[in-house]
Each structure stands twice: as C-alpha cells, then as structure tokens.
Design a protein around this ligand. Sequence first.
Ligand code: NAP
Length: 283
Amino acid sequence: MIKRLCIIGVGLIGGSLARALREAGYVGEIVGSSRRQAHLQEAVELGVIDRFDTDPAKAVEGADLVFVSVPLGAMGEVFKAIAGALTPGAVVTDGGSAKASVVRDIRQAVGDVPDWFVPGHPIAGTELSGVSASFAELYRGRRVILTPLEQTRPEAIARVRAMWEAAGAQVNEMSVEHHDEVLAATSHLPHMLAFALVESLARLAEQREIFEYAAGGFADFTRIASSDPVMWRDICVANREALLTMLDRFNTDLDALRTAVDQGDEVTLLRIFSEAKAARDAF
Ligand code: NAP
C-alpha cells in the first residue's frame, strides 16, 4: 500500500494510474503536479488526485512513491527539480515511452542513476491525451516493462512492481537497450507509418474526396496518427538510433514490395501477403 503517491504529469498515463490505484484501494493520498493549475484543478474535480502543487519539489514532499509521467522532453527538468526534495526512502519511477533517454536524464540531473529510481513503461495507452482521457481500466491485463539497472535497489523494484500489479498490469523486466529496440519495432515504427501515411494523403489535392471514401481499414490503420504530436516528437528524439534501424529495415522491405508491384510479380506479392497474414493471425 502506498501512503502518499505523487504524480508529476497528471495526464492520460498518470491520471489512469491514479484512478486504478484508488479503485484498488492501494493508495492513501494522491498529490499531483504539472505546469498548469487549470489541468490540476480539473484532476481534483474529476477525483483523480486529492490536491496539487505546481512546484514539483513541494509536491513530492512526504511522498513514499513518485510517478513521473510527463513528455520525454520534460523528464530532465522534473528530475532536477525533485532530486533534492524527496523524502528519505522514497522510490521514484516513470512511464516514459523510451528508456535510455530517461536514464541519461536522471544521470545528468542527479550525477548518477540513483538506487531509488526504477525506470518503467506501461505498454498501454490511447491516442487521446490529458486527465479527461484517463480511465481506471487502462492497465488491466496490459504489460508494464521495468528496466532496472544494476544498482537499483531490489526493494524499490518490488514496490514499483506491486504498484503496477495493483493497477491490474502484468510486469516484466528487461534491459534498457532491449526495451528501446523492442518498442522501436512494435510501437514507434507503426506510429511513424501512420503519421507519414495520413500526412502524405492530406497533402494530395483531392484530399477531401480521399477522406470521404476512407472506410474501416483506413480508420483502423491510421487511428494512432491522432496521437499527441509533442509526445511523438520527443519519442523520435529520445529513441533515435533504434528507430532509425527499424525505419531503414522497413524501407528495404517496402522497396521490395514496390519492385514486386512494378514487375507484376504475383508470386512475391502472394508470398509477402500470406506471410504477413499468418503472422497477424498468430498475433
Ligand atoms: P498527456 O496526457 O499529455 O499528459 C502529460 C502531462 O504532463 C500533462 O498533465 C502535462 O500537464 C504534464 N507536463 C507536460 N510538460 C510538463 C513539464 N515540463 N513539467 C511538469 N508537467 C508537465 O501525456 P501522456 O499520454 O499521459 O504521456 C505521459 C508520458 O507517458 C510520456 O512520457 C509518454 O511517452 C508516456 N506514455 C504514453 C503513452 C500513450 O499512449 N499516451 C503510453 C505509454 C507511455 P501540464 O500541461 O499542466 O504541464
């Protein structure tokens, strides 16, 4: 049980964790923090947090667990602000979508990666943002990846694991590097494709007509292109290397598909589509 949880960044991810833990009866008090008072006031009115402070150093006072769920580009400034204000014994974790950049940011802010910091990432979300989009069931049955370092205290890992399990999630551990490679393939690349496709079609002269005739398949494939642009800019910057590897690999495969279309190579087309269908059906 968490006595006082501080959530810095009470949006979709932070707000959903607060709601889930409250519903599970796993938390005493929840204190929120972010830049804009209006957002925090809304979170209080929705019953997501109990109180707030726009100064993160004040918000973490007395908290036994701190969850940082701001965009990746803001992690460093938050770590700098809270490092000297934490209660002894407090555990800090985050929900950022890339992990090497977060580890680098806390190292820069604190001097080394502290043993009380447990990097984490819930593999759950929607294309919506803000506390009004948060809901208690977001993590139910979903995975959360923790990427502890050698120096991370086992007790800190256990507390973060227990928190996520109380929210209904299944927790796995892997290295920072492996996390960033896996997520580049399964999440970051698909988002790049959706953004690129919708942007490309939107620039076509006949865009209105194109979107009028767009049906279920288009909507399924492009839903994630409605995701928050700031968050995705930050993910591209944070996970640049792994994402470039996946984009290059995908370009090669797309070129092969283009060649098959160009040459009317029915055998290759059928092979690619059959292999893709088998993989998707198995998934
Ligand atoms: P969100 O709904 O936009 O919430 C972000 C929150 O951070 C807002 O409450 C915002 O409030 C606050 N914030 C922004 N900049 C800040 C700063 N400089 N200092 C303090 N607070 C700040 O975003 P989200 O979807 O919850 O994403 C949060 C994190 O979770 C990101 O790191 C993202 O990579 C990760 N994540 C997202 C998903 C997803 O599908 N959305 C999934 C897994 C992980 P103010 O505007 O009031 O500051």
